[in-house]
Design a protein around this ligand. Sequence first.
Ligand SMILES: Cc1ncc(COP(=O)(O)O)c(C=O)c1O
Length: 467
Amino acid sequence: MAPLIAPHVPNPLTDPVVSPAAAAVTAFHRQLPHYAATPLRSLPALAAEIGVGQLYLKDESDRFGLPSFKILGASWAVHCALARAIGLPQSVSLAKLADAVRAWNADTESIAKGEKKELRILGTTEGNWGRAVARMAQYVGQVPCRLYVPTFMLPATQEILRLEGAEVHVLQGKNYDDCVAYVQAEAEREGSILILDVGFDGYEDVPQWVVEGYETMLVETDEQVLEATGGHVASHVVVPVGVGSIAQAVTQHYKGKSPNLYKKISKVITGSTRTIGAGGATTTNAPTTSHAEALWDGKHGIKPEQQTVVMAVEADTAACLRASLAVGRRVTVATADTIMCGLNCGTLSKTAWPILQRGIDYSVAVSDRQAHAAVQHLLHGSSNPRNSINKMKTTRRTTNSDNLGGDSMADDAGCSGGVAAGPCGAATLAGLRQVCSDARDVMKLDGDSIVVLFCTEGPRPYEVPFV
Ligand SMILES: Cc1ncc(COP(=O)(O)O)c(C=O)c1O
């Protein structure tokens, strides 16, 4: 399939969403147990091999003790949805909200009389999302959480969801898209709170909160890239796409007009308190020209030609973004099994689509074989296995449905010095290689490029594709 190049257009829709939420969301995440910024890892050998200046990987293999980034969005969405359900502001602290939720559900008399509804969360999942929602339901006052899951989910995965406190129902013969339709109807019928990361007609607030939640990862990334590069921003970022919510967050972050990042660059470069305010107004107490100002266009925000290039990677068995970009509207594609389970979605989120359509610079689909090779390359730090200090013991398993973290590959990575990633996370490296081979010049990937791969999951067992 030929790659698709979307027009390089800054998206004016996104700015009002991103900037105000970022501070509230990062403050919220700091209230959750075990908050810590995930590491940004430098991959110099792979950078040299691929022919880019610097290559970094944002490693989401341990986010609040879970093996993927999803809890960032799930936590904020659950918090906002419960706060709204009981009439509290989003700014309520996690502890206060949990108390209020507990008190609400403990009022069984009013619930029995039908004066109010018991707070209950419903969702669907292929693994990571449901685990994150269930964990969050426990944090916010042990709200009952029920998850409907596709047939192909392994019993072991279901068990992990149960261990997080969720009630799990397998929908026989159903895929992910079917589960979304089913749980939507169930939530409506019983008046429960539907927590999904995919938007559709009449269901837009929750997925928008999910996207806002991912902002914490991006704020951390910017700070880490600034520090690692001595004050530069990423020139290119690569993000995986399932329903498109994480790609939406990445796109609106890098194509938006938020001045926050540029304030920080200014500080790093000048070492002063000189700042660039909203709309580009500069307050000065150190007369100097900064990289930030070179990038900043007072009228439009970040100059379009200086904006970070956003590249999207899908599984070639579920490439709904590519299909939608090709025809200029959101379309559903038939999906097939893939080791990139989290990317196995046939329809983009309604809320993500307009932003991806206008902001994604390049879209590529990769095969299971490419993703598996990328898992190995990350583990070895190179595509040359001799560069690895450690022998890799990839275990052949007969699972393809669990992206909840595994043990076999984590053991390998623990002593190799490489990065242990699951196939969805490693897909971004596979995608970068593909873009470099198809469109290096068009995407201006060269020795000056500073590339960030969003590696969205840690290692887990999967069936190794034939190579
Ligand atoms: C590990 C992992 N990476 C990427 C994605 C894709 O995220 P989104 O569905 O927001 O596009 C998912 C979704 O489940 C996932 O689990």
